[in-house]
Every structure is written in structure tokens, then in C-alpha cells.
Design a protein around this ligand. Structure first.
Ligand code: FRU
Length: 499
């Protein structure tokens, strides 16, 4: 049964869809059907296709009562829009259907596990808002239509270990382990204002529906790594265990971990018998400007693939005038672990969309230079820069014309890569630049630059670091040039991407 609220949202998004032309959307990055989107949700493989849901407020370009929007794809790059699947309407989710995850049940149905945020009283709090609680809920469906489970919520405040908040208890990520059990990590604020990641398990998801849970604390922010940790993800890749969280209100350390709403990954060891995670290292997951709330899944061929909201809360209030929708996802990225770092690369399926290869090898760059065949806004370009004392600064200018430009520069003495989109069409004086410590590898810095109409994703040194930023530069600004103070040597391999 489709509820009235869901039906209204479906009709509304259908009506709006035709008002946004393909030219106004990215070529291969996911956007919402209309209105506002934030976190990717329920990223999973079901019935022969990838499914992606998203935090969705169809009725405006601002965050509002959360619905779940939906798409499916055969290759994670060409997506088919599907109707919105959940609206906030039940007593346990009337404030919003917050983030969550998905998996296929053994009976062939698709399970969504999400946070229901429901009002719990009608006396306003000091800030004028009505009090809410967050609980974990389920919906089950066939890849198009989903029904919320009749015994929702399945995990409530009563299932939180002592010292945790019922107000901030969200973003379940569910998966199946080799031991046959189903597990979920869930974020929870503690009474002292920090947060922790709780681990729940159950012999089968239906048991989880029946609240048969055992919980433990996987890790905690400990007054050091920000306050509330949002959107946990936990997996093993290349023999290493990784916990990914999106901390609010985190302080930077040197050039790492920009202020608040950044994403970190904690690597360590995990004992599958005792469920103890021992953290060994913490690193930023992306060092750019627009990246938050990533979620990963395992593909049928065994790859760990992650997708994130290509935006973050601090800049999300600055919606360009006249925008018909707001928010994009990153390209889905394959994740590996090598030499103590997570390695990110665009999913290999992107190679199917490559046009002709343009190469310029061992080119000496000093004053600003345009190179034959190197321009455009939808492309996959790798630039290898030899790091020597012969230059003091190297710059790539892109999405450029006489009015607009964005820069990627490298300072070999400081070993700092800078991204700067101050002249990318934003009419707001917000954060537009960031410095990233980047050490050369074998005397080179390698930048794989993946551009779409409204974004740049840089995979640095084989993807061991990344920097993501959104652009609002008009598409006519498609020039790319290279310049150096001194003499720099570069090699370029560039493909247009054709969708
Ligand atoms: C992260 C987040 C989640 C929450 C959702 C609400 O961006 O705040 O913690 O579930 O967004 O839209």
C-alpha cells in the first residue's frame, strides 16, 4: 500500500523531472530527481542491479523532512531514476526517514534498515523545537516498492547501552559476516557529548527485526576526533579492518582533518570472536572541500565500492540562485588498502565511457601553456609531474575562460598541493581552497583528475589521497592550461568521457 504522503512525493517528483534538462545535470554523477539530497543510503546490489537511495527533500533545495529517493544501475555510472520509496509519516519517523543501508534477504526481498526520527512529545524544548527520538527501523521491498515493517521500530532507545542518547542514535549500516550472522554498526552520542559506534548482531535479519540483539562499543570519539560521529561504515579490505565515520565538530591537525563535518577512516585489527576493534591509525578520507557521509558495498565480483555525498554541511546552505536541484554524489570509488592507506579509484566501469586518448609525454612547462586536445569539462585526465628543484610552483588551470578559473597547484618545497575554486561561479564568500600535504612518490606527483560538468575529483598518487570539489562554473569555460614558475616536466594521458 502506497501512503498518501508517498504518493504525493512521487507525483511531485514526476512533475518536476521534466523541468530539469540533461544539460543542467552532471553527465555521470548522481543527482536527486528534484529538490535537495544529502547522504547516499542503501547502496547495494539487488536483483542483478546496483541500487542507490538518498536522503531526499523533494519539495525544496533545502534540507527538510527526509524521504528516501531511489535509483538503479547496471554499472554504477548510468543510473535509472526510480520513484521515491519512503516518506516520513509514521509516529516513529514523522520527523524524517534518516540514513541507513540495505541488503538482499535470503527470500529474495530487499531490506532497508534506516533511522526513524519521531516526535516524542508536544512541549517545545528551550530552542523552540519539539523533542524527537531516533530509533532503527526496517522496510522490505522488491526493488521499486517498499513497505515499512509492521513492528517498527526494531531497535529503540531501550536497546542502547548505558550512557547513550536516545536523541542521537542513527545511521545503521547492516552487513552479513562470514560467520553467518548479520551485524549493524550504529552511531550514538554519549552523555558527555562525545560519540561511539555501537555494534549489533543477530543470527538473521528477521531476528534483528525481533530485537534479538547483542551490542557492544566498537570505537568512540574520546573527546579527540570530533563530537557526533555520523554514518559509520565498517569493513575488511585487503586484510585490514576499516571503520569510516563522518565526525561533526572535529578540530584540524596540521593540514589534516578540516574543521567539522569531515570524514575519517580508522584502521586497525578486529577480533571476530570478541568483536573488539583495536584502532591503529586515523586518516582523512578525502582532503578536498565537498565530501561527506560515504557508504560502501561489496560488488558481486568482490570489490569494495564507496560513494559519498559530494557536498558537506558547512557549504550546503549556499545554493546557487536559480538552481533546480541541489546536491550530487561522488563517482563510486573502488577501495583498496596498501602501504597503510586506503586507495581510492573511480570504478573501472568508467573506462567503458572513454573516448579517444590524447597524450603529451615529457613536456616542459614554464609560462602558461595550452596543449593540443586538452580541454573540456567531462574527462578523465592523468597528469604526472616530475618533482625537481627546477620549479617553485606548478599550476593546472581548468574550467577556465576569461571570467572563470579553478586551480590545482603544487609547491615542491613545501610538498603542498592546493585546490582553489574561488572563481568557479560561486557568488558566496565561503571556503573555496584547501592545502593538502602531498609527498612525491618515486620523484613524481600523479594527479588523476576526473571532471564532470559540476565537479572535480582528484585521485592523488594512485588514489592514496583524494580531493573533491564541486564547481558551478558555466560549461563554456572549458579551457585547461599548465604553467610553472621555473621549468616543470609533465606527462599527460587524457580521455574525454562520453555518456
Ligand atoms: C549526515 C546526516 C545523518 C542523518 C542524515 C539526515 O549527513 O546528518 O547523520 O541520518 O544526515 O538527513
Amino acid at each position: 500500500m502506497i501512503s498518501e504522503k508517498l504518493q504525493k512525493a512521487r507525483e511531485f517528483e514526476q512533475e518536476q523531472l521534466s523541468k530539469i534538462s540533461p544539460e543542467e545535470r552532471p553527465s555521470f554523477h548522481v543527482t536527486g530527481s528534484t529538490g535537495w539530497i544529502n547522504d547516499p543510503n542503501g547502496f547495494s546490489y539487488y536483483n542483478g542491479e546496483y541500487h542507490l537511495f538518498y536522503q531526499y527533500h523533494p519539495y525544496s533545495n533545502e534540507w527538510g523532512p527526509m524521504h528516501w529517493g531511489h535509483l538503479s544501475s547496471k554499472d554504477m555510472l548510468a543510473w535509472k531514476r526510480l520513484p521515491v520509496v519512503m516518506a516520513p509519516e509514521e509516529s516513529y519517523d514523522n520527523f524524517g526517514c534518516f540514513s541507513g543501508s540495505a541488503l538482499e534477504l535470503s527470500d529474495g526481498r530487499h531490506l532497508l534498515m534506516y533511522t526513524g526520527v519521531g516526535y516524542v512529545g508536544d512541549t517545545p524544548m528551550a530552542n523552540g523545537e519539539l523533542p524527537t527520538h531516533q530509533t532503527q527501523c526496517m522496510a522490505v521491498g522488491d526493488g521499486v516498492n517498499y513497505e515499512k515493517y509492521e513492528n517498527n521500530p526494531v531497535i529503540t532507545g531501550d536497546d542502547i547501552p548505558e550512557g547513550g542518547s536516545k536523541v542521537d542514535f542513527r545511521d545503521p549500516k547492516i552487513w552479513k559476516e562470514d560467520d553467518g550472522y548479520f551485524y549493524a554498526v550504529i552511531s550514538n552520542m554519549t552523555d558527555d557529548g562525545n560519540s561511539r559506534i555501537l555494534l549489533y548482531r543477530s543470527p538473521e535479519p528477521l531476528m534483528m527485526l525481533l530485537r534479538s540483539l547483542r551490542s557492544g562499543v566498537l570505537d568512540h570519539s574520546d573527546a579527540k576526533l570530533g563530537k557526533m560521529w555520523e554514518c559509520p561504515d565498517f569493513y575488511e579490505v585487503d586484510g585490514k579492518h576499516v571503520l569510516v565515520v563522518s565526525p561533526m565538530a572535529m578540530l584540524p591537525e596540521g593540514l589534516k582533518f578540516h574543521v567539522g563535518h569531515s570524514v575519517i577512516y580508522l584502521t586497525g585489527t578486529y577480533d571476530k570472536e570478541t568483536h573488539k576493534f583495536v584502532r591503529e591509525d586515523v586518516q582523512p578520507l578525502d582532503s578536498g572541500i565537498d565530501f561527506y557521509a560515504p557508504q560502501s558495498m561489496q560488488t558481486p565480483d568482490g570489490r569494495r565500492v564507496m560513494i559519498a555525498w559530494m557536498q558537506a554541511w558547512p557549504n550546503s546552505k549556499f545554493v546557487p540562485d536559480g538552481a533546480k536541484y541541489f546536491g550530487q554524489m561522488t563517482v563510486p570509488r573502488e577501495i583498496n588498502y596498501r602501504n597503510g592507506r586506503l586507495i581510492q579509484q573511480p570504478v573501472r566501469e568508467i573506462e567503458n565511457y572513454r573516448g579517444e586518448l590524447v597524450q603529451h609525454h615529457n613536456v616542459e612547462i614554464s609560462e602558461e601553456t595550452a596543449l593540443d586536445g586538452i580541454k573540456g569539462r567531462v574527462l578523465d585526465m592523468t597528469v604526472k609531474l616530475k618533482v625537481t628543484d627546477d620549479f617553485s610552483k606548478f599550476a593546472i588551470k581548468l574550467a577556465a575562460d576569461d571570467t572563470y578559473s579553478s586551480y590545482i597547484t603544487y609547491d615542491p618545497a613545501k610538498e603542498v598541493l592546493n585546490i582553489d575554486r574561488s572563481r568557479s561561479g560561486y557568488l558566496y564568500d565561503i571556503l573555496h581552497t584547501r592545502d593538502i600535504q602531498v609527498k612525491p612518490v618515486d620523484g613524481e606527483v600523479t594527479l588523476r583528475i576526473l571532471m564532470d560538468k559540476f565537479s572535480v575529483e582528484i585521485f592523488i598518487n594512485d588514489g592514496s589521497q583524494t580531493a573533491t570539489m564541486v564547481l558551478f562554473t558555466p560549461q563554456e569555460a572549458d579551457q585547461i592550461t599548465f604553467a610553472a614558475e621555473g621549468k616543470a616536466e609533465i606527462s599527460i594521458d587524457k580521455y574525454n568521457l562520453v555518456f
